[in-house]
Design a protein around this ligand. Structure first.
Ligand SMILES: Nc1ncnc2c1ncn2[C@@H]1O[C@H](COP(=O)(O)OP(=O)(O)O)[C@@H](O)[C@H]1O
Ligand SMILES: O=C(O)C1=C[C@@H](OP(=O)(O)O)[C@@H](O)[C@H](O)C1
Length: 315
């Protein structure tokens, strides 16, 4: 894997010139392409800027390391947030403290959320459960899977069994009821079922919180689901045939019906965009933590826009 996540603070390639860098960006991803370092950055917030003081930041890739697709540079940061310190010694490749970045971003966003819950939306396999658990822990929220909630309400009957014995419409009624109940509970990350967007009433419940669409290309979804199997996902379960192909075809049909509805989400995390920003060829290299960080960035953007438009209305 050529991708390295580093917590490094300096201003772009200006750091190589020996000029003391100013703090404007936080590099969250880097990748060697030949002898060139490509980086992905996010803006630093005011508090991070105050916290971090760079003593020296000198980037020097060596050809041998470049060939091995490893970074070799010296970076010295002084940062009064002890967890945030990453010192990369010459010859070593640091492990990036993604968790620290997630924690800082979650703290920042949580202070503007006022306890509003997060509803994760997306097609089956888009990572709502996986990312939701990471996000809830970071925010200090509880996590709930709406499918699991319905299963519990049905005395432990699985979603697959509910579909089989009672049909989809029965399941959707219970799904809406679950969302209605969950929408009144603050400080939760809710992983919804992929089909939740098709019923208009569900939006009314989800608007109590903030909805975030995890937009993952169909190929990646089909690959993920083919690995774990389709037993728990009745809409994708077929008696015979290649799981990847059948899943892909079925997801394609469902996505066509749902894509406009997903666009109504308050915020979107596009894995295609994220991979491009991080200079990754393979989307499976994006960790759930990196996706959770991006979700927080997008939630932060939504809150800022919401705040701006509220101010415009009142002025
Ligand atoms: N970022 C990721 N990279 C690779 N695999 C992932 C990622 N996120 C989730 N997965 C895998 O994809 C499958 C579906 O994820 P899940 O979180 O259950 O999706 P959903 O809740 O949206 O249906 C799981 O096997 C999970 O381990
Ligand atoms: O997309 C859908 O219509 C469905 C998605 C499933 O949840 P996940 O998205 O968690 O797999 C589950 O609610 C049910 O099988 C129907």
């Amino acid at each position: 894997m050529t991708f390295l996540l580093q917590r490094m603070i300096f201003e772009g390639m200006g750091a190589t010139s020996g000029v003391a860098p100013r703090f404007s960006t936080l590099i969250i991803g880097s990748k060697m392409i030949g002898r060139k370092l490509n980086v992905a950055v996010v803006p630093l917030n005011q508090r991070d800027r105050k916290e971090c003081i760079t003593k020296k930041c000198d980037f020097r890739p060596k050809s041998a390391c470049a060939m091995q697709r490893r970074l070799d540079f010296q970076l010295s940061l002084s940062c009064n947030h002890s967890q945030a310190i990453t010192v990369v010694e010459s010859g070593n490749v640091s492990s990036f403290d993604e968790d620290c970045l997630l924690k800082n971003k979650a703290e920042e966003v949580a202070s503007f959320l006022n306890g509003r819950s997060i509803f994760l939306l997306g097609m089956m396999g888009s990572g709502k459960t996986t990312v939701g658990q990471v996000l809830s822990t970071a925010l200090g929220y509880s996590f709930i899977d709406s499918d699991a909630y319905v299963e519990q309400a049905m005395g432990g009957t699985s979603v697959a069994q509910i579909f089989k014995h009672h049909g989809e419409s029965f399941f959707r009624d219970h799904e809406s009821e679950a969302l209605w109940k969950l929408s009144s509970v603050p400080r939760q990350v809710v992983a919804t079922g992929g089909g939740v967007v098709v019923r208009h009433i569900n939006w009314k419940f989800m608007r109590q919180g903030i909805s975030v669409f995890l937009d993952v290309p169909l190929d990646a979804l089909a690959r993920r689901i083919a690995i774990v199997g389709t037993d728990s996902r009745p809409l994708l379960h077929f008696d015979s045939g290649d799981a990847y192909t059948k899943t892909f075809v079925e997801l394609f049909t469902l996505k066509k019906k749902r894509s406009m509805a997903y666009e109504d989400a308050d915020a979107t995390v596009s894995l295609l965009n994220l991979a491009a920003n991080l200079h990754l060829d393979d989307m499976s290299d994006i960790t759930p933590t990196a996706i959770a960080i991006e979700a927080l960035v997008q939630i932060g953007e939504f809150l800022r826009e919401e705040n701006d438009s509220a101010r415009r209305v009142h002025s």
